[in-house]
Design a protein around this ligand. Structure first.
Ligand code: UD1
Length: 421
């Protein structure tokens, strides 16, 4: 187990080039299975979820090379269509391999991803949509799926699931079928998958909108692609500035992708400046409270930024309410922040945190435990704001999505060390 040791209480400042996006690159790595040749991905983040996905690709028969931020995958010959339990359990997004393997091999065997600490996270929408394409899927402790021929279909999603839309695209992009999907997730990571595949010769229209049309093509060609920057890492950095009354500029990010987040920070009284590919945030004093904020699918406020926002609001002037509507159990940050003497209560029925902001003098450094990836990052934000030295245990969670968090904190003038046991 490793821990992050953070000494906080100082305003942070600096300019940071944002790492590649975790949620964008994972489906692209799955999509590389559809290219019978070489895929080169640049600006690939050096995080443990990527390492895990590359291990799975190797186990399926791909040759993989990785040098710093560049990954080369040769999927000319695949030997297997089954993903091992050991690898799949480490990472929920291994489910995107279901669509990719059905698209490439016409069959797939994948352990059920199961629940996780932020909610049950079922895969019913993935299976419903893939069955519309003609897939036969048996659910035991593993998923056994066969897609002999991808059928044309119109699919209406009852909820805009990011992963389910991506799975349909992966299963149908190389086929003779035409697929129309409605009420699709509009997240930038869906658009990124469409852009990547189109650059490899696919015919997908509407990525990033609620209607996506896939017209199957015979094959995809070799491709070199630069992954966009991680909007959640950028948002986490902006939270650090807001929480410590600091001044940070995040570079290499499209401000449109973060507009829900920057609007909220501006409402809290932060000075936000948008550039063509950068955002800066300065906080001159305690932030203002938010009467009610709900997480929503894109373009709403992202659930992946909810914990970091709560870490900022513990010192706001006044009482804020943050309601989680995307996942059913994503307030694991609350008991941890209470250890720092934050004044928060949870309304379980509403999945809402009621946060009474306190002056920093009344908040204390503490020994904390990361409950999941984003809540772990949010504890880093809180620890940077509060005077004294906090310990965040189970920081492996944070490594799933953040390249070297300790270095990131130090790069903006904070104090952070890693302790490995
Ligand atoms: C992706 C992101 C994750 C982000 C989430 C929402 C990746 C690797 N992960 O996760 O960081 O928090 O989008 O923006 O990109 N649901 C069902 N049945 C299904 C599928 C989903 O009920 O078959 C529910 C989920 O339990 C959840 C909600 O729908 O409550 C949203 O899930 P979804 O959009 O599918 O998120 P992921 O793709 O898993």
């Amino acid at each position: 187990m490793s821990s992050l040791i953070i000494t906080g209480g100082y305003p942070v400042s600096g300019e940071v080039q944002v790492q590649g996006s975790k949620n964008a690159v994972l489906p692209l790595l799955a999509a590389s299975l559809l290219v019978k040749g070489t895929t080169v991905i640049e600006h690939c983040p050096d995080i443990s979820d990527v390492t895990c996905m590359l291990e799975i690709l190797k186990s399926l028969g791909c040759t993989v090379l990785r040098d710093k931020e560049t990954v080369i995958i040769d999927a000319e010959i695949l030997g297997r269509s089954a993903v091992s339990r050991q690898n799949a359990e480490k990472m929920r997004s291994s489910i995107s391999l279901l669509g990719a393997l059905l698209g490439r091999e016409g069959r797939a065997r994948i352990p059920l991803p199961g629940g996780c600490s932020i909610g049950k996270r079922p895969v019913d929408l993935h299976l419903m949509a893939l069955r519309c394409l003609g897939a036969e899927i048996e659910e035991k402790d593993e998923l056994y799926a066969v897609l002999r021929k991808c059928h044309s279909a119109e699919i209406v999603f009852p909820y805009p699931s990011v992963g389910a839309v991506q799975n349909v695209i992966l299963a149908s992009v190389v086929s003779s079928a035409s697929i129309v999907m409605r009420n699709c997730a509009r997240e930038p990571e869906v658009e990124e998958l469409c852009m990547f595949l189109n650059r490899a010769g696919a015919n997908i229209r509407g990525g990033g909108t609620d209607t996506i049309i896939v017209t199957g093509v015979k094959k995809l060609c070799e491709i070199r692609y630069i992954v966009r920057s991680d909007r959640i890492v950028a948002g986490t950095l902006l939270s650090m500035a807001a929480a410590t009354q600091g001044d940070i500029t995040v570079k290499g990010i499209d401000p449109f992708e973060l507009s829900a987040v920057t609007n909220v920070f501006a409402n809290m009284g932060c000075q936000v400046k948008l550039y063509t590919d950068a955002i800066s945030l300065r906080a001159d004093g305690r932030v203002r409270c938010l009467p009610l904020l709900k997480t929503l699918p894109y373009p709403g406020f992202p659930t992946d930024m909810q914990s970091q926002l709560i870490s900022v609001l513990i010192q706001a002037r006044g009482t804020s309410v943050v309601r989680e509507t995307v996942f059913e159990n994503r307030l694991g940050i609350v008991p941890e922040l209470r250890r720092m003497h934050a004044d928060i209560v949870v309304n379980r029925r509403e999945q809402a945190a009621i946060i009474r902001g306190r002056d920093k003098r009344y908040l204390h450094a503490a020994e904390l435990m990361a409950p999941d990836l984003r809540a772990g990052a949010a504890l880093v934000v809180a620890a940077m704001a509060v005077e004294g030295t906090s310990t965040i245990k189970k920081s492996e969670y944070v490594e799933r999505g953040y390249e070297n968090m300790a270095q990131l904190v130090r790069s903006v003038g904070g104090s952070c060390q890693v302790l490995s046991e």
